[in-house]
Design a protein around this ligand. Structure first.
Ligand code: NDP
Ligand code: A1CAB
Length: 277
């Protein structure tokens, strides 16, 4: 069990993890220390809402933390690590949730043999439903992987992957919830245009998504087979799907995941230890 967890970066992803671990009773608010770059208002809000310990004193935040979670944007990685590296000791575990940034780079910036785990969670961590993938850096041994699993399994599922796969993971499940929300926005617009009341359409859309997700999870049937069971020849679903095909829906989604994956690779490129790789 962890006594103290430190967040370097206090944005959306940090808040999602904080909400999740407190909500699940995995950590008490007083075990969670949070710092950011400069936004005092944001720290005050996190303190007021979650009762966590916030401070602009990086030393206080990092000192004796079992896990230090790097949760700033990739562009801020150098400055963020620089601001805490003197406080980080080799008996602490550093977990990075930064898209695209390799464990090699983080280890090199820390300048010591600290165990580093790279993780890609998603914001569904807020309610304990993140799909998180993790990969171990050079000095992260099985006990460190176990520690990261313990943390992330509290707020969803945890899958260990090869570090190279984390770009694709980011395109699929890191960014994934946003694609679903975008789909829901479109369904809400369509429902409104069809004259459905907002409350009615919201209830129907959400339950349709939850039901489809549960079907995928519990029946073990392939998505195409589940789809075919809904699609009566000459019926309404066929009419709808034909329109999706006309607008290249599947190609759009495949390209969407590819773009996000490539963007993850791009975000990491300036921070490779060997930029020619
Ligand atoms: N949002 C998401 O769904 C997901 C995000 N991620 C990853 O999580 C990371 C954070 O994303 P997100 O929470 O959305 O970003 P936000 O912009 O919401 O938050 C970024 C945070 O980093 C802080 N920060 C910036 N520079 C430093 C610094 N030098 N030292 C300490 N803190 C610093 C900012 O502080 P200040 O406000 O003071 O500038 C802010 O609190 C990214 O790397 C992203 O790739 C991963 C999975 C999903
Ligand atoms: O958009 C981003 O870059 C981050 C990484 C995954 C989800 N949000």
């Amino acid at each position: 069990m962890f006594k103290k967890v430190a967040f370097i970066g206090a944005g959306s992803m940090a808040e999602a993890i904080i909400t999740g671990v407190i909500g699940k009773g995995f950590l008490q608010p007083k075990q969670i220390y949070v710092t950011n770059k400069e936004n005092q208002e944001r720290l005050s809000r996190l303190r007021d809402v979650y009762n966590v310990v916030t401070s602009s004193d990086k030393k206080e935040v990092v000192k004796n933390a079992d896990i230090v979670i790097l949760s700033m944007k990739p562009k801020d990685v150098k400055e963020g690590i620089e601001s805490v590296k003197n406080e980080i000791k080799e008996n602490q575990l550093v977990v990075s949730v930064l898209a695209g940034i390799s464990t090699d780079f983080i280890t090199a910036e820390l300048g010591k043999n600290v165990p580093v785990i790279r993780a890609m969670p998603n914001t569904s961590a807020t309610i304990g439903f993140s799909a998180t993938a993790i990969a171990a850096g050079e000095y992260a041994y099985p006990q460190h992987v176990e520690a990261a699993k313990q943390l992330f399994t509290n707020i969803g599922t945890t899958t260990v992957v090869d570090e190279d796969d984390l770009h694709a993971v980011t395109g699929i499940s890191g960014s994934g919830p946003a694609y679903i929300y975008y789909l829901v926005e479109a369904m809400e617009t369509a429902a409104k245009q069809a004259g459905l009341q907002e409350k009615v359409s919201k209830e129907l859309i959400v339950q349709t998504l939850v039901g489809a997700a549960e079907m995928l999870k519990t029946t073990n049937e392939r998505p195409e087979d589940l789809r075919k069971k809904i699609t009566s020849p000459g019926g309404t679903t066929q009419a709808g799907l034909e329109t999706l095909q006309k607008y290249n829906y599947q190609e759009a989604l495949i390209e969407c995941v590819k773009s996000a994956t490539e963007r993850s690779q791009e975000l990491g490129r300036p921070y490779q230890r060997n930029p020619s790789l």
